[in-house]
Design a protein around this ligand. Sequence first.
Ligand code: CO8
Length: 372
Amino acid sequence: PRPVISATGLFTPPESISNEELVDSFNRYVASFNADNADRIASGEIEALQPSSTEFIEKASGIKARHVIAKKPILDIETMAPRWDERGDEELSQMAEIGVAAAREALEKAGRSPEDVDAVLCAASNMERPYPAMAIEIQQELGIDGFAFDMNVACSSATFGIQTAADYVRSGNARSVLVVSPEITSGHLNWRDRDSHFIFGDVATAVLVEDAAIAPAQHWEILGTKLKTVFSNNIRNNFGFLNRAHPDTSGAPDKLFVQEGRKVFKEVVPMVAQMIVDEAEGFGIEADKLRRLWLHQANAGMNRLIAQRVLGHEASEDESPTVLDTYGNTSSAGSIIAFHKHNDDLAPGDTGLICSFGAGYSAGAVFVRKVG
Ligand code: CO8
């Protein structure tokens, strides 16, 4: 069996927050905090909070807006977090709901019905609950007979999921596998942290990996995959069930996303660029001839540098498309959104690369070639 990508799906939350709206809310929070704490600030006990700026955000990251599931509470300076009614155990959970929406699109595009699917992987950075697995709930909602499980490799969850699915296909354990990545990153983002409040957005993607023998005429052959991890504390989130063991620190800022953005930038760019060049060679692909790079969507500057090192020249938007301007960083879904939105125009025989990198550190490369 030869694994291919038969189709992809995307769910984009209707609501979006522009940099202007975000910074306006953040700066009102800063003014309110500083006014409430004027005495402590004056006495030197605490430092005044600094305002955020739209110019900084766009220049440092390339992000102009981000979609979120619940805009109003995030912008409300009394809340600055997502809020919705808790769902009962008999209702479809929030994460499963958006994952199912993306999965349905992928199935429809491939002309596939749920009975034809053998496995579901929910590959995402944060699971809504530990168990039962989100993937099994998605499997049940879609009506798939087979097996399902969750996997988390942070930003690289989707590419690790694609390799896992491809391996099931190669080994004959499954012929059709859905890799679903519902990334509700608004829940892990500290909207009161100036250094990171602008980074993330919510979305869900789905990738249908199948045996070429049953795939639709038009598909993407998976030429090769490479995964890499190197431990780093530079992107970290200490939230977890063992927070109960030290309740005094359970609400501390390290129980949300924190990063050393500069270090991440400096360390990850060379690691990923080298990995792509080495692996392309191993698969007999000339890296500088890759027709398109669908890169992880964390930072426009990082992507510029990586694409330049791989292609040997500054990449055009056509060679390395950007979606983070309107989606923000959507963790593992980013490179899949880029692929989903920007692959129709390529010609049969064109090769490309889906590539993720981020927390862990983790990086994943999926080399593909268009067929049909
Ligand atoms: N407004 C105005 N000024 C600001 C702001 C702000 N909002 N924030 C910081 N500044 C100031 C700083 O105080 C600093 O001032 P000074 O020079 O006086 O100290 C100055 O601006 C520069 O700050 P930085 O050095 O922090 O700014 P950078 O230019 O490095 O940009 C970025 C910050 C955008 C974070 C950048 O470093 C970056 O993008 N790095 C790459 C990070 C990255 O890719 N991380 C991976 C993200 S993780 C991921 O993709 C998935 C995570 C998986 C977790 C699960 C997700 C759901």
